[in-house]
Design a protein around this ligand. Structure first.
Ligand code: CA
Length: 228
């Protein structure tokens, strides 16, 4: 058990549940199990969660948005493992949610032990361990947890900033073109202004705080350099 606690210590769980009592007890149980849990009471709040969670526990009966729709939009926005929660008699919704990208489901009422087991199971499937840490000098990028540190200090990046950095850190020293970054961090059909990349790049550099770490290669793209 100790080993599981250690492995999941940094993982963020977002509980999307409009029943405040249920939400509170779930957050407490998840915190005790070593997750960083918090709750929101609406679909809109779930969709604007920042930082992005690693696991979403999604009640399908929400006051503002259709739960299946929330599931679909969440799946589009992030790669969190999604476990949907339904009341008895909502089998149709459960099936739709699974079709829209949910990884598993639980039927109310459920016990904390079962929830924790389901979370561990989806994480084993969606985040196989052994993903390589990307290192470059004092920079460490963990593609599994999407955590970044410089000289041992954690750096909080937005999802886009992380995606950009991951492109560069995957092969330090290689020049990565603007087009490549846009395709990987936005999507393959991005034809908008590439100015938006410069804005995120500037924020990324500022947060990393190491002059020369991200180099601009004029007319070609960017690469990780040897600072100092
Ligand atoms: Ca509900």
């Amino acid at each position: 058990m100790q080993e599981i606690g250690a492995e999941t210590a940094a993982l963020r769980v977002l509980v999307v549940e409009d029943d405040a009592g249920i939400a509170r007890s779930l957050v407490r149980g998840l915190d005790r199990a070593g997750y960083a849990a918090r709750s929101v009471g609406s679909g809109h709040a779930a969709l604007s969660a920042d930082p992005l969670p690693d696991v979403v526990l999604l009640d399908l009966g929400l006051p503002d948005l259709d739960g299946v729709e929330v599931c679909r939009l969440l799946r589009r926005r992030c790669d969190a493992a999604i476990i949907v929660v339904t009341a008895r008699g909502e089998e149709g919704d459960r099936v739709s949610a699974l079709d829209e990208g949910a990884d598993d489901y639980l039927v109310k009422p459920f016990g904390l032990a079962e929830l924790l087991a389901r979370i561990r199971a989806v994480l084993r499937r969606t985040r196989p361990s052994g993903a390589e840490l990307l290192r470059h000098g004092t920079l460490t990028v963990d593609p599994r947890t999407r955590k970044v540190s410089v000289g041992g200090s954690d750096i909080a990046l937005t999802p886009k900033e992380f995606d950009i950095l991951e492109c560069l850190a995957a092969d330090p020293g290689r020049v990565v073109t603007r087009r490549e970054i846009l395709e990987r961090a936005w999507d393959e059909h991005w034809y908008g202004p590439t100015k938006v990349l410069d804005v995120h790049m500037a924020a990324l550099r500022r947060k990393l705080g190491v002059p020369g770490l991200v180099e601009t290669v004029y007319g070609r793209g960017f690469r990780l350099g040897e600072p100092g």
